[in-house]
Design a protein around this ligand. Structure first.
Ligand SMILES: Cc1cc2nc3c(=O)[nH]c(=O)nc-3n(C[C@H](O)[C@H](O)[C@H](O)COP(=O)(O)OP(=O)(O)OC[C@H]3O[C@@H](n4cnc5c(N)ncnc54)[C@H](O)[C@@H]3O)c2cc1C
Length: 411
């Protein structure tokens, strides 16, 4: 009996060693904020601990972009090259890069199908695909207006702004949440400043969905940051109008038609309705309570039915209680990667979210905002947000931070 148990234990130990000795294939689908930070975190752990890992990033185009800089493209004319770096340069960190579009994820077969018909097998998959601009959600929205939610559009926007002679600028937020939780207000104040510098006579109106207690989209940011925005809205004479839902854009009449009023425009600036990446538009992945997003378990960002899939892209932030912004994607991906490193090799540095900091523009200045979030055992919950520091220097801090991020892939 004892001999049998001894042999059984030896066999188990041998099998375990064999299992851990097998190379683990970890694939990041999407080489944006989440994919890059996740792959680099794993690559560092691999080097430090000598782990037997194969790390792959699949990205549909050859560039890794830093979207916050597209505001500088649209308003200041920053060259698009300054907002991106070649994704292939991740290879110098020991990460395999595949530049191709994913067309299907097969969780039961543990593979991802690519546009060229090939398949990439994985042991663990991270979904870091960001959100899609869902212009098709409202009639007329795709064909009218300017935005800077993709690189080409940001450049078009700059040309339109330089040709703008003045009049009515309408900034339309069709629905909440939207990509990057503070963007429309940040953009409105920066545009207000730019138009003033250019000496263009314009009136900016921000159309916000009506939030609880009859408030606007600054509702979730807390009184301190609302006060800061309020100061700039007043300074640049930006009016905020609440709407009960967008119906359509009437291109002929140049009006935004909402359920409770029609708003004219000379220059329309639009914020995209958030929609899931096409490749995840499948009940297996869609969050059943709000199909604009992709499901994830708040505890560890895993798919509820597939333990080998983590979903930490912007598409999965609202389902876990976090905001749609790069700072949350960054924190979520770091946590999930460390959970995996701990489970596989006992080397993860798993930590809960510390307050999440974000540097943003405010008119002619910039500020450092902090949001405290807490995991209550079920979900992440907002505690409070506040403005830590506001100054001209913060504008440069923001630019330097993003350029420094891209420099990791520029060598
Ligand atoms: C104008 C703007 C300003 C912003 N400002 C801020 C800010 O100040 N602070 C902040 O924290 N956040 C900001 N954000 C939000 C931030 O950029 C995103 O939250 C973050 O980039 C999301 O990370 P992600 O990894 O989920 O997706 P992304 O960074 O969007 O990357 C997704 C990647 O997946 C690739 N991809 C998509 N589909 C496929 C496919 N089928 N196959 C292969 N590859 C695919 C894309 O090419 C892309 O590289 C801003 C966003 C925008 C658009």
């Amino acid at each position: 009996m004892y001999l049998y148990r001894y042999l059984d234990m030896q066999l188990n130990e041998y099998m375990n060693k064999k299992v851990t000795a097998v190379t683990k294939r970890i694939v990041f689908l999407g080489g944006g904020t989440g994919g890059v930070i996740g792959a680099l975190t794993l690559a560092e752990a691999k080097k430090k601990h000598g782990l037997d890992l194969e790390i792959t990033v699949i990205n549909k185009d050859e560039w890794h972009y830093m979207p916050p800089l597209w505001m500088d493209v649209a308003i200041e004319g920053l060259p698009i090259e300054k907002t991106r770096a070649p994704i292939k340069n991740l290879e110098k960190y020991g990460v395999k890069v595949i530049v191709n579009e994913a067309t299907k994820v097969n969780p039961d077969e543990r593979n991802v199908e690519l546009a060229d018909g090939s398949k990439v097998e994985y042991d663990y998959l991270f979904l870091t695909l960001g959100l899609r601009n869902g212009w098709e959600a409202y009639p007329g929205l795709a064909d009218e207006g300017y935005h800077n939610y993709d690189p080409d559009a940001a450049q078009e926007f700059h040309k339109a702004l330089m040709a703008f002679k003045g009049g009515k600028v309408t900034i339309l937020v069709p629905e909440v949440p939207f990509r990057c939780g503070i963007y429309p207000i940040e953009f409105a104040t920066v545009l207000g400043y730019k138009l003033k510098v250019l000496g263009i006579d314009a009136k900016i109106t921000l159309l916000s969905p009506k939030m609880p207690n009859g408030m606007d989209i600054t509702w979730g940011l807390g009184p301190d940051i609302r006060k800061l925005w309020g100061k700039y809205m007043a300074k640049f004479n930006i009016e905020v109008k609440l709407h009960d839902g967008l119906e359509r854009i009437d291109k002929e009449k140049k009006v935004v038609v909402t359920r409770n009023y029609e708003e004219p425009y000379d220059l329309l600036v639009k914020v995209p309705p958030p929609r899931p990446p096409k490749v995840l538009e499948d009940p297996v992945f869609l969050f059943e309570h709000d199909k604009r997003f992709v499901k994830a378990r708040p505890r560890d960002f895993r798919h509820p039915e597939y333990d080998d899939i983590f979903s930490t892209g912007e598409h999965s932030m609202p389902p876990v209680g976090l905001g749609t912004a790069g700072v949350f994607v960054h924190a979520a991906t770091s946590k999930a990667v460390n959970i995996l490193l701990e489970e596989l090799y006992g080397v993860g540095e798993v930590h809960e979210f510390t307050p999440v900091a974000c540097v943003a523009y405010s008119g002619d200045k910039g500020f450092l905002g902090v949001c405290e979030v807490e995991f209550n055992g079920q979900m992440y919950t907002w505690q409070k947000c506040y403005n830590v520091m506001e100054s001209f220097a913060m504008k440069f801090v923001k630019r330097s931070f993003y350029q420094g991020w891209l420099d990791k892939l520029r060598i």
